[in-house]
Design a protein around this ligand. Sequence first.
Ligand SMILES: Cc1cc2nc3c(=O)[nH]c(=O)nc-3n(C[C@H](O)[C@H](O)[C@H](O)COP(=O)(O)OP(=O)(O)OC[C@H]3O[C@@H](n4cnc5c(N)ncnc54)[C@H](O)[C@@H]3O)c2cc1C
Length: 385
Amino acid sequence: MGARILILGGGSGGLVAANKLAKALRGKGHTITVVDRSPFHYFQPSFPWVALGFKEPEEIRRPLRNLEKKGIRFLQDEVVAILPEERQVRLKAQGSLAYDFLVVSLGAELGPDLMPGFHLAHHPWNVEGALRMREALANFEGGRVVISVSGPYYRCPPAPYEVAGQLDFNFKARRIRKKTEIVIAHPNPVPLAGMGPAISGLIMEILQSKDVRFEGNFHAVRIDPENKTLHARDGRALPFDLLVMVPPHKPNRQVQHLGPTTPEGFPVVDPDTFRSVKYPEIFMIGDMVNPSLNLPPAGVVAHFQAEFVANEIVAEVKGAYIGESFTPVAMCIMDFGDDAVLPMCDFTKILTLEGPPSCGVLGRGKAVRVAKMLFESLWFATLLN
Ligand SMILES: Cc1cc2nc3c(=O)[nH]c(=O)nc-3n(C[C@H](O)[C@H](O)[C@H](O)COP(=O)(O)OP(=O)(O)OC[C@H]3O[C@@H](n4cnc5c(N)ncnc54)[C@H](O)[C@@H]3O)c2cc1C
């Protein structure tokens, strides 16, 4: 009997793993199944473009059922329980699925209720949020815009700076920039502090050229809806007319019993293989586990982890190692509207506990913005065509 490979999550990690496995195991009698609650895969880096009205949701998504063309079974359903002792996964509507190998890439969960007053905030961290933010922007005629984050851990650390640049560009085009102040309030002392001084300095320079004020060491604790004010742990208070705020991110609730976790509840995996330390046939990758590895929640990281675990599974199924080592890099094309920057970090030293990541700028200018558009097309063409 062929191996039953079950992949939970059709996001960045799940999609890459499924494609890699299908290519390597095609026609060998193995089954590859992907489960996701959503019928669509969204290209998340384009969420801010939806908020700004530059793209429509239909343009930045593809149906996950397209996987079926590659011999990958897709089930749209909610994962309600992973039963590692029985090697089964229980779904909300379609019963249980048995597996020999399980790849879990369910991402981090958003927890807006964890930030008091969050209903007043807008954000492009999911498609619904992006559309709501678009509406708020359409009604915004000027005033103070505060851009903030609910905590240090959130998908794509550079994205709030990108959003600030895009808002500056948008307000200039709408001729309301002169009566608008843009402030970024962030827990880091300087923008993207973890990426080192070269990148921090460059981002700060871009923000200053756009007259965006950076308020560092700002740990937001609550939003006062009556006075439209964002409060920080140290007592600072920032009144706003429009608040753009990354929602709190929390550990995925479906995976916390699969072995040890960090104090916050993020699963701890074997850092060399991304296998559960308790159940070696279970692999956990992506935003769901990266806090425990000190890796950032980035699609690129999930991508390389997915390739690595797919190779591990193929090696086990075929009985010969044909894999490659994990490449711990992350990059993010930061589109500022009229400028763009492509920073990249290598996290090898983080994994070996030798020091900080080594980061640099791979490119800057409008061509980098075009690269972002092209990358979106390439992503869909190779993974969900
Ligand atoms: C605005 C923004 C910009 C970004 N820009 C970049 C960038 O430039 N570069 C970069 O590398 N990364 C970027 N990212 C981050 C990147 O999108 C994520 O890090 C990446 O998608 C994580 O992949 P994942 O597989 O771990 O999780 P996800 O891609 O989030 O996938 C998780 C999947 O699991 C499904 N799911 C969750 N729970 C269940 C359940 N119980 N049952 C069924 N299905 C479930 C979800 O529907 C989802 O499809 C950005 C993110 C945002 C929001």
